[in-house]
Write a protein of this length. Structure first.
Lengths: 256, 288
């Protein structure tokens, strides 16, 4: 299977970032597809947690909402939302949080609140939900997001959730001891934070993508690592599992 | 105080006053939609609406002009996109200007917990490096008196009325919640009054687990039997989430006129008994 879409490339690459040992707080949408693909391929023992309180959930179809019944029915346990945020998230039991964003800057700070002025918004977005505390309480953060100049901007309109703040040690200055966004997976490449300044650097480029494509889809000045890998293509097996998952999901949601 | 069984009309007329602070909870699951419609039908005004995820239920109440203020933490149509009535209120002030108090989920969950626990505020590790504290004066930071660590504080949530939906009540008026239980127990215990709509009223709760999530009748004000009352949300063990309706809502709510038509047809000219009918149609479609 040599044909795959950029979105499939992104989802498979994101899934590969996860392993069996991870306890993963899953955001809805793209993160949910990637996390469940990991569980259905190389990481069957991964613990997936959704903020609705479901722990160790193994959905057969992707949930439309963060609290579909499927998540509860296939979970090891379902706890109250208060307990989820207090004991499991704030208590430091989650190794990785998987998030998307509407707007992102080069330090991995996320905006999901508003485009334009907060009190007089051009576009009102849904808001932070669980993300402000997921971003600071999980051991590390993986970000997955399609690249565009509108989304990848020099300055985000609102800091909903902290990444590396202004860069360098700024994240720690807020009393945050967790690692922060350690990987950004897009439909074009993988970026990782600079060891000192913490701005994102391109470390792996997806097959068929060139540097100019990445520069053209990024609102900040793109920096490339000295040595850049080529992201491995999705395997036939991964694509098959992912497509089956989406087909099951579409059939289930249509039927409802 | 022991829970009283009432009609939905009576329960809302008795418990909900113009200007009240109302929490209608249910984290995706067990959202009290029938009660939301009744509040719209009775033309309640100037409400402060509290809910972690405003969802379609508050999109309807806001679009119908019931709300003066919204306290929330994530205002989208899950997996679909925007809540268009909420956005129209915030971006264009239609049908009236809507004041907002915006939090994170962790803050609201903690605030409900504090309300149930009789505390004036909730303290937690939150909002670190986030911008909401700049625009929401109800987010403060305090210093732990023992370690000096900086912690976020938000006021406890103490609604005038909490409205939730549950699977079952027994004849005494005790209520059982199962599945994703969200913040419902905390929201009821934090409130001065409560309305709980239920799928079913049973003689007694036989064979339920020792640690089931229950509220005793003396902690509840009113119980209303409304089969299907959470639709298009779901009730674990009774019916599934009507994801197709959530997708359809995107089009209905996108336009002011189509929204008003929908409210006229399904809310103003409807009643709680319609929910059982709607459910039958949804189930028939799911089986087809």
């Amino acid at each position: 299977m040599t044909n795959y879409t950029p979105t499939e490339m992104m989802t498979v690459t994101a899934a590969r970032a996860l392993g069996n040992q991870d306890v993963c707080f899953v955001g809805i949408g793209m993160p949910s597809a990637a996390c469940n693909l990991a569980r259905l391929t190389h990481a069957p023992e991964i613990t997936l947690i959704y903020e609705s309180g479901t722990i160790g959930t193994k959905p057969d179809v992707l949930p439309l909402s963060i609290g579909d019944g499927e998540l509860c029915e296939t979970a090891m346990n379902t706890v109250p939302v208060t307990e989820m945020f207090r004991y499991w998230l704030q208590g430091g039991k989650i190794t990785v949080g998987f998030l998307g964003a509407a707007q992102l800057d080069k330090y991995g700070n996320i905006n999901t609140t508003v485009i334009g002025d907060y009190d007089n918004p051009k576009v009102r977005l849904p808001g932070g939900g669980g993300a402000p505390e997921i971003a600071t309480s999980c051991g590390e953060i993986f970000l997955v997001m399609k690249q565009s100049k509108r989304g990848f901007v020099e300055k985000i309109d609102f800091v909903t959730s902290l990444g590396y703040g202004k860069g360098g040690d700024d994240r720690a200055s807020y009393g945050v001891t967790t690692k922060g966004p350690s990987r950004l997976i897009t439909d074009l490449c993988i970026m990782e934070p600079h060891s000192v300044d913490k701005h994102f650097i391109v470390t792996s480029i997806h097959p068929g993508v060139n540097r100019d494509d990445i520069i053209a889809a990024t609102g900040w000045q793109v920096e490339f690592a000295d040595e850049i890998a080529q992201t491995p293509v999705p395997s036939d097996h991964e694509l098959q599992i992912l497509r089956d998952l989406h087909a099951r999901t579409n059939a289930a949601h249509e039927g409802q | 105080m022991v829970a009283q069984f009432m009609s939905l009309k009576n329960a809302v007329a008795t418990c909900v006053q113009d200007g009240d602070v109302i929490a209608m909870e249910g984290f995706t699951h067990l959202i009290p939609h029938a009660a939301g419609h009744e509040i719209i039908r009775q033309g309640k005004r100037d409400l402060t609406l509290i809910r972690m995820t405003p969802d379609v239920i508050y999109d309807q109440l806001i679009g119908a002009g019931c709300a003066k203020k919204l306290v929330f933490s994530w205002g989208g149509n899950p997996g679909v996109g925007s809540l268009h009535r909420l956005r129209d209120a915030l971006e264009n002030g239609w049908p009236r200007k809507l004041e907002i108090e915006e939090h994170s989920h962790a803050a609201m969950a903690n605030a409900y917990d504090a309300g149930a626990a009789g505390l004036p505020c909730a303290v937690f590790k939150g909002y670190r490096g986030a911008e909401l504290p700049r625009v929401n004066p109800n987010i403060k930071f305090i210093k732990c008196p023992f370690t000096g660590e900086s912690l976020a504080a938000v006021p406890a949530i103490r609604p005038d009325v909490t409205v939730v939906h549950a699977q079952k009540a027994n004849k005494k008026g005790d209520v059982l919640f199962e599945g994703i239980v969200g913040v419902q127990k905390e929201a009821v215990l934090a409130a001065k009054k409560s309305i709980i709509t239920v799928e079913e009223i049973v003689d007694d709760f036989a064979d339920i687990p020792f640690n089931a999530v229950m509220l005793p009748n003396w902690a509840i004000s009113t119980i209303v039997h409304v089969p299907g009352g959470a639709h298009p949300s779901y009730a674990q063990g009774y019916y599934k989430r009507d994801n197709a309706f959530y997708k359809a809502w995107d089009n209905i709510a996108r336009d002011r006129d189509s929204f008003k038509d929908w409210i006229d047809q399904h809310v103003m000219n409807g009643g709680p008994e319609d929910f059982a009918t709607r459910l039958k149609m949804h189930n028939a479609k799911a089986e087809a």
